[in-house]
Design a protein around this ligand. Sequence first.
Ligand code: ZN
Length: 198
Amino acid sequence: MDDGGDDIQALIGAMARLPGLGPRSARRIVLSLIGRKPGQMAQLSALMARVAENARPCTRCGNVSDQDICAICTDVSRQTGEICVVENVADLWALERGRAFRGRYHVLGGTLSALDDIGPDDLGIPRLLARIETESVTEVILALNATIEGQTTAHYIADALPARLTITGLAQGVPIGGELDYLDDGTITAALRARRRL
Ligand code: ZN
């Protein structure tokens, strides 16, 4: 191709591999960035470099943050008595978009899997059990995906939690095998509001 320098083509190629983008969108984005006021692209690249340098899991809940403890965990206006357990950060962000939940989260980072050798320790389940005590938790919402792996993990956690807790799961409205991140905000909010005891 002779429609740009090597770096420009490499940038387009790298962007085209990002989720949700393809070669066509990547070309459009790169062309538009180059065409904008000088400084905008430099600003974006400086921001990306800072995020790359500082992004790390919150040591308490596993959310992605540029601090040791994320903004949700440090927000004193959020209820400490409720923890919502999710599989990944995308699911946490999906629930936050719905603005229906005012407690805190615990990100597992996956589901139990004998096949892939993923056990309770890999998912921070002992850390979750410790939080139940230190944060005076009264309700745990298991907002795991309605896949077989998600439900197996939910049952495992429900069995491991102290009996005094209220344990709930998302209500109907979450399609089987549906991943939270793909649901619209209204559906997530409805499923959370109508949560049922497990
Ligand atoms: Zn956190």
